[in-house]
Design a protein around this ligand. Structure first.
Ligand SMILES: *Cc1c(COP(=O)(O)O)cnc(C)c1O
Length: 378
């Protein structure tokens, strides 16, 4: 049996007619960049995320960079974030000239740990602490970070809060949606995200009308009015074509999320009946609502061996992420060492993403669990 990690063609079959129709309309209009399609998507995403405004941008990475620029963060500033994330989170901090400060993660959710945040603050020298301007919690794999204590610390210290919600559209924390809790919410429409475009795209959410204005100006080279620049921005624009396709797909998102959650529940049942829950640590749901961009298991056994065994059985898996940010070569000047963030390092060595996409079938899931069982009884 073949079980890919993700099967975008299976999803495309169910939406093909509507996507082709909207694509034809955009082609007929010959209106390609920003404009009414993008504005329509911005309204829909702001509504979906229960926040005041949204600004369509060129990618999730650019959503982060634009937010940092709008917050006025640059050289000399420090930004706190997690070492266990996709590179873009830390990369964006470095790209605006600021310095990332990493804080270890919670072993259950893999998200930035509020306790470790307190420890980091206590251990930072005063002159360094003074330069911290923002914190970027990441809602990893589709589950929100423990936001209340993070928001509390940020409010007390006047830090800007930028949520990296690239993997978490529609995820909730105490009834609040990802992207509606901080000053900025950054989303990605990379095709493998739960709401993917047919190319690159992203969006920034905010509840603050002034922030919204700044984002819109910086998105078009800082121009306002056209050809007059009080600030230097960049080209962070979203294509009308991507916006139109994402708007169509948004109609299906809740159905896909439910299917992912059902698949997660089915995996739990299958792993339990197979007697594998001692050897395979399943995702821990601490915050509602988990949208399962990824279903991540952690094993004490040799993860890479398990991965290659499953590959031989036709099962696609992935390691998100093998090298934590503090051990990346490009950040060696920050002076971090192996052992600085043991929980992140353990996650990098022991976790594996299993197929969880909405169209995955029951028999495919049973096959995945059966083969993991076979690996452990070899
Ligand atoms: C995908 C992702 C991004 C970057 O989004 P792109 O659209 O690929 O630029 C940023 N942060 C996290 C956590 C992501 O998963």
């Amino acid at each position: 049996m073949n079980v890919p990690l993700l099967d975008l063609k299976a999803q495309y079959r169910t939406i093909k007619d509507r996507v082709l129709e909207i694509t034809r309309q955009v082609y007929d209009s010959q209106y390609f960049i920003l404009g009414p399609r993008v504005e329509d998507l911005e309204k829909k995403i702001a509504g979906y995320c229960r926040t005041g405004h949204a600004v369509g941008v060129s990618s999730g990475t650019d959503a982060l960079i634009l937010s940092l620029m709008a917050a006025g963060i640059g050289p000399g500033d420090r930004v706190i974030s997690t070492p266990y994330t996709f590179f873009a989170t830390a990369g964006a901090i470095a790209r605006v000239g600021a310095t990332p400060v990493f804080v270890d993660i919670d072993p259950d959710t893999y998200n930035l740990s509020p306790d470790k945040l307190e420890e980091t603050i206590a251990n930072l020298p005063d002159d360094a602490l003074k330069t911290v301007k923002a914190v970027i919690p990441v809602h990893l794999y589709g589950q929100c970070a423990d936001m209340d204590p993070i928001l509390e610390v940020a409010a007390a210290r006047r830090w800007v809060v930028i949520e990296d919600a690239a993997q978490a559209i529609g995820a909730e924390y105490k009834q609040r949606r990802a992207g509606s809790m901080g000053d900025y919410g950054c989303f990605s429409f990379f095709p493998s995200k739960n709401l993917g475009a047919f190319g690159d795209g992203g969006i920034v959410t905010t509840g603050d009308p002034q922030v919204y204005n700044r984002l819109k100006i910086l998105r078009v080279h800082g121009s306002q009015p056209k050809y007059y620049h009080k600030v230097v921005g960049g080209n962070f624009r979203l294509d009308a074509l991507q916006a139109a396709i994402v708007a169509v797909k948004l109609d299906y998102l809740d159905g896909w999320t439910t299917a992912r959650q059902d698949n997660a529940a089915r995996y739990r049942g299958l792993f339990a009946s197979a007697g594998l829950t001692d050897r395979v640590h399943l995702p821990v749901e601490k915050e509602n609502r988990h949208i399962y961009n990824q279903f991540i298991i952690r094993v004490d056994a040799d993860r890479d061996e398990l991965r290659s065994y499953l590959g031989e059985q036709g099962i696609g898996t992935e390691v998100y992420y093998p090298v934590p940010m503090h051990l990346q070569d490009c950040f060696s000047e920050l002076g971090y060492q192996i052992g600085d963030f043991p929980v992140a390092e353990q996650a990098a060595n022991q976790t594996l993403a299993l197929p969880i996409y909405p169209e995955l079938t029951e028999s495919q899931q049973a096959y995945v669990v059966e083969k993991i069982g076979a690996f452990f009884s070899r």
